[in-house]
Design a protein around this ligand. Sequence first.
Ligand code: FNR
Length: 378
Amino acid sequence: FEIYLDGLAGRRPAFPTDLTMLEEAARARMEPEAFGYVSGGAGSGATVRANREAFDRWRIVPRMLRDVSKRDLGTTVLGTAMPAPVMTAPVGVLSIAHPEGELAVARAAASLGVPIVLSTAASYTMEEVAEAGGDGPRWYQLYWPKDRDLAISLLSRAEAAGYSALVVTLDTWMLAWRPRDLDHAYLPFLRGVGVANYFSDPAFRAGLARPPEEDVQAAVLRWADQFADPRKTWADLAFLREHWRGPIALKGILHPDDARRAVDAGMDGIVVSNHGGRQVDGSVGALDALPGVVAAVGDRAEVLLDSGVRTGADVVKALALGARAVLVGRPYAYGLALGGEDGVRHVLRCLLAELDLTLALSGQTTIAELNPGLLAPA
Ligand code: FNR
C-alpha cells in the first residue's frame, strides 16, 4: 500500500518488487566475477533449475469466506521467536556484493526482527556482525573445521556473541565443480575475503608461525586446510552436543534416512537444502525432498527448508508441505548489491508482504494451520 501511495507522489520503488527479477538487476551492478560467484550453481546448473521447478509443480488452492481480517504470521523455530517463518540463509563472503557485507544484512534483518544465520565464511567477524545486529535474533552456521580446538573456539565465540542456535552445514566439505568460478579463476577466499572468522580466531592463529597480518599466504593455506573436514561421520555429532548448549540443526539433509539419523543423534532441527544448487549438480530439488524428510522425523525435530525460495507463494508451499520456516539466500545478496542495508530490507519486506497477502487471499490467518490440503499438484 505504501508503495502505491508513493506512486501518487510520483515515486517508484528503488528496486524490483518481483524478487525473481533481482538477479538481472544485480548482474548489471556487480563485478562479473562476484555476480558469477553469487548466482552460479554447480555443474550444468540442473539443480538450480530443479529447485524452482519443484515449486512450480505445486499450486495453491485458495479458500473463501473465512474472515482473514486478522492474521498472525509469527512463529517460534528452535526456540527463536520470529515475526514470520522467514530467515536469511548463511551466505558467506558478502563483501563481494557490498563493502558493508554481513553488517548491512544484520542491520536490515534486525530492523524487521528477521533472524539471520551468520556464515562461518562471513566477511566480518561474528562479533562485529553481532554488534551490528544489536538485539536482533541470530544463529551461527558452522563450517566444521578439522582442528578440534578451532571448532571449540568458533563455537564458544558464537555462544558468547549471542548466537542462539547452531546450523551445521554438511554438504560442503569441499567446494563443488562450479564452472562460472572456474572460468573466472575466481575464489574469494584466496583473496582474503570470507576468512575474517578464522583469521581473528586465537586457535586458528595459534597454528600459524606468523600472524595473518604478516603472512596472508600462509594463513590462507591454513584456512584451505582447515575449512572443513571430509572425514566426518555421524559418530562425530556427539562432539557438537558436547560443545554447544543451544539447539543444533543440520543443513544439507535431503534423504529421509539421514533425517532419521540426525534425530537419533539428538539433533533438534534439519535444514532441507541443496545449498541453492551449488554443490551436487543433478541433485534432487529441495522442495521435492521436503515431504520425505518431514514424514521421517515427524515431530521429533523441526524441519526448515532453503534453496529456490523467491516468492510468498513459495513460502506457503514449503510450509504447507511441513517446513516450520524457510531461509532465503541469493535474493538478499542481490538486494545487498543493489542497495546495501536498504536493499536487503527491501527484499525481506517484499517477501514478508507477499507472504501475508498470499495467506490472506488463500483464506489462511496463521501459519500453524497450513497443511498439504491447501495444495494441488500442477
Ligand atoms: C551460500 N550458501 C552457504 N551456505 C552455508 O551454509 N554457508 C555459507 O557460507 C554459504 N555461502 C553461500 C554463498 C553464496 C554466494 C550463496 C548463493 C549461497 C548456501 C545458502 O545458505 C543457501 O543454502 C542457499 O543460498 C539457498 O538457496 P537460494 O535461496 O540461494 O536459492
